[in-house]
Design a binder for this molecule. Structure first.
Ligand code: BMX
Length: 280
């Protein structure tokens, strides 16, 4: 039986019909950042109405933390959410089905471990996106709770505040605007492709910080692979820049970095499967 799987990120929302690690059908909405969760859920219920008879459960992956089925932001700059929003209750009311909820990057990490670029392996997953999300699967188990929220690290090399505020898509767009270019992150990548020095320098700084983050993750968990996804992580040439900037020595510390195989579907595929796992 397919699962209705949802992924709410800081930039886009995906609703999908997922069965055995495969997306059968999907809709994508852009996150109306000021509208708030009641409205996002209303929109989702409308857009997914056609699938209702086919599913018996709803699974949702979200940017932010889920504690006891309540949803909160860790970094409101990535997405502002009312503190302890009753996400599972509200979805149960909207869909009249059992609901399972998890963090987006932890769900994606599980998806890559089960069906993607890290099958059967110990992996760390990073999404370089509106923020930076992270997840870990070690000894076949997903680490939940706050574990792996690497975007929240305070990195001395990046300056004050959460690391993601000096790396992510939001930071890239903000740096562009400071350099006199009022454009979004995809346009910065387009400019870099055409050789614009300002754009290349912004992307290089972001990639350099992710390279150091990957080195630190290798030191802490020694995963078989670090899988990288997200709109920025998978953008033109970004991963190659990260790999280039990994310090060459000591060799034993070099992470094995690979691109996400599930791409934008990692969250919905992962959370659909995690729901079954949590049921036992
Ligand atoms: C932030 C945090 C994480 C999330 C990550 C990536 C919030 C709202 N989110 O670190 O929980 O996994 O951003 O989020 O505090 P994305 O929207 O960029 O995918």
């Amino acid at each position: 039986k397919p699962v209705l799987a949802i992924d709410i990120g800081g930039t886009k929302i995906i609703a999908a019909l997922v069965e055995n690690g495969t997306v059968r059908d999907e809709v994508t909405l852009s996150t109306q950042r000021d509208a708030g969760p009641d409205r996002w859920i209303d929109d989702l219920a409308k857009k997914s109405a056609a699938w209702r008879g086919q599913v018996e459960r709803v699974s949702i992956a979200v940017t932010g933390i889920i504690d006891n089925d309540l949803w909160s932001a860790l970094n409101p700059a990535t997405l502002t959410i009312p503190e302890a929003y009753p996400l599972v209750d509200r979805l149960r009311q909207a869909f009249d089905l059992p609901v399972f909820a998890a963090n987006d990057a932890q769900a994606a990490a599980w998806g890559e471990h089960r069906f993607g670029a890290g099958q059967g392996q110990d992996i760390a997953f990073l999404t370089i996106s509106t923020g930076i999300g992270g997840g870990l699967v070690l000894n076949g188990k997903p680490l939940l709770g706050i574990a792996g929220h690497f975007g929240l690290l305070q990195s001395p090399s990046a300056g004050a505040g959460p690391l993601e505020d000096q790396v992510s898509g939001r930071w890239i767009a903000d740096q562009a605007s400071r350099a006199g270019h009022q454009v979004d992150a995809p346009a910065v990548f387009a400019a870099a492709r055409q050789g614009a020095t300002w754009a290349n320098s912004i992307i290089d700084q972001s990639a350099g910080r992710v390279a150091l983050l990957c080195r630190d993750i290798q030191l802490m968990f020694d995963p078989d692979r670090i899988v990288i996804g997200g709109g920025i992580g998978l953008a033109d040439g970004y991963l190659d820049r990260v790999i280039d900037k990994i310090p060459a020595e000591p060799v034993r510390l070099k992470p094995r970095i690979v691109a996400s195989r599930l791409g934008r579907h990692a969250g919905v595929i992962g959370v659909a499967d995690l729901a079954f796992r949590s049921k036992g």
